[in-house]
Design a protein around this ligand. Structure first.
Ligand code: UDX
Length: 443
């Protein structure tokens, strides 16, 4: 085993997970090399710029580039030469042709690194993969590495939330390592020794359990959100209020209040694709019925988008054609510029396809939204976006929107109508300013 303080670490893949992990490990005192096949991304990182919005990461990146503990490359040979431990942090997006995970980037990371491994090495996968992937990759690694079985692979899922990536890396709520090798276990324990000493639970499992921890955690979170959104559907027709219902449920600490926020539902690069990949894998394993409830979780989530559009349509008299619609929010959640499977942009784009002129404003995600959705109009401020609106939809709950002044917004819109897709506003306050306020799951 390598001494922790001298450990040299590589992080393969420098997206949200990899760039954050690399900067945090350098901050913890390790010497770190970040590798990506995307030259543009690497040259940005080298110059101290983070290619995405992640609070606190810029400072960490700049500081650690300056100390010399952190550097970036596109070269696998250099990476293999430099590091004793390699963390695979590449993406596993949804495949174009099915709900399954696309494993081409993890496969390629192992296949391109392995031929350069000439001394005993530990490779740790952190990407979210279908159960069974790690065992196959471990065999492939040993077969392709000149050092053979001395190149060992374990799997250690991460649980980072975008927007809290630095915090979640430096102070994770648990560390899980799937392996049957004591060398891999010791190396991963040494890597996170500071956290283990601070009391972070450290769990050693087999490869399969480690892979499952991640997907089942995300499946549980998605289920919790869809559960409260199903209650919102019932509340709307039964004359109940889902916000009060959620609050009352939350005081039972077996249930808890987190991830019980009703509204437009979940999006992003993880929850939607992870539940679909999990179902696809269960199907392959012949246990499809075990996860069939996730189909319902997905369906409830998609219905929230349709319901939000219905409410807006009702508010403007039944037809979007020729109307002016303002959408506040483009990112899949606040404090992020990630628009992958963004519920807000999905709703905006559907409303535009129904004939409305839709203008979107978001504090961080405008640039990305513009690229992906040229059919929408964009404004550089909330007030500019709301000018002349027949209806305003709040679809991502940025603090700027939560704190919006209804009196001020009233001066620019054509009609004071708002759909609060995230239950982020105080209905009494907005109604008192003369707005017609509608939300999901409330009267
Ligand atoms: C998630 C997991 O939280 C994280 O542990 C995992 O590593 C990656 O996937 P992330 O995708 O960053 O993280 O976002 P998260 O904060 O979990 O939110 C996911 C989606 O659920 C967002 O669209 C959010 O708006 C929505 N959400 C969340 C709700 O609709 N209601 C809630 O109560 C909570």
């Amino acid at each position: 085993m390598v001494e922790a303080e001298r450990m040299r670490v590589s992080v393969i893949g420098t997206g949200y997970l990899g760039a954050t992990t690399a900067a945090c490990l350098a901050e913890m005192g390790y010497e770190v090399i970040g590798l990506d096949v995307d030259e543009a991304k690497i040259s940005m990182l080298r110059s101290g710029r983070v290619p995405f919005f992640e609070p606190g990461l810029d400072e960490l990146l700049t500081a650690n580039l300056e100390t010399g503990r952190l550097r970036f490359t596109t070269d696998f040979a250099e990476t293999a030469e430099f590091a004793d431990v390699h963390l695979i942090c590449v993406g596993t997006p949804q495949r174009d042709d099915s709900g399954a995970a696309d494993l081409r980037y993890v496969n390629s990371a192992v296949e391109r690194l392995a031929p350069h491994l000439t001394r005993p090495t530990v490779v740790v996968g952190r990407s979210t993969v279908p159960v069974g992937t790690a065992a196959t990759l471990a065999a492939r690694l040993a077969a392709l590495a000149p050092v053979g079985a001395e190149a060992e692979l374990g799997w250690s899922p991460e649980f980072l939330r975008e927007g809290f990536g630095v915090e979640d890396t430096l102070r994770p709520n648990r560390i899980v390592i799937g392996t049957d090798s004591s060398r891999v276990e010791k190396t991963v324990r040494a890597l996170w020794q500071q956290q283990v000493d601070e009391g972070v639970p450290f769990l050693v499992t087999d490869l399969q359990t480690a892979e499952l921890v991640k997907v089942s955690a995300n499946a549980f979170l998605a289920t919790k959100i869809s559960f409260i959104n199903a209650m919102a559907e019932v509340s709307e027709v039964a004359g109940a209020d889902v916000i009060q219902l959620a609050e009352a449920l939350s005081y039972d600490d077996r249930i808890g209040g987190k991830f019980l926020g009703p509204g437009l539902g979940f999006g992003g690069g993880c929850l939607p694709k992870d539940i679909r990949a999990f179902m696809a894998r269960a199907d392959e394993l012949g246990v499809e019925p075990a996860l069939s409830f996730l189909r319902e979780v997905d369906a409830i989530n998609q219905r929230r988008r349709a319901r939000t559009i219905d409410i807006a349509r009702q508010l403007i008299g039944g037809n979007f054609a020729g109307r002016t619609v303002t959408v506040l929010g483009a990112a899949f959640k606040p404090n992020s510029d990630d628009i992958r499977d963004s519920p807000a942009l999905d709703v905006a784009s559907t409303i535009a396809s129904l004939g409305a002129r839709v203008t979107v404003y978001d504090p961080a995600a405008l640039e990305r939204a513009r690229e992906e959705h040229p059919e929408l109009n964009y404004a550089d401020s909330m007030l500019e976006a709301a000018r002349g609106a027949d209806v305003v939809l709040l679809l991502t709950e940025w603090a700027e929107f939560r704190e919006a002044n209804p009196e001020e917004l009233a001066t620019v819109v054509a009609q004071k109508r708002i759909v609060d897709g995230r239950n982020a506003l105080d209905p009494t306050f907005w109604r008192a300013s003369g707005w017609t306020y509608r939300a999901l799951g409330r009267q």
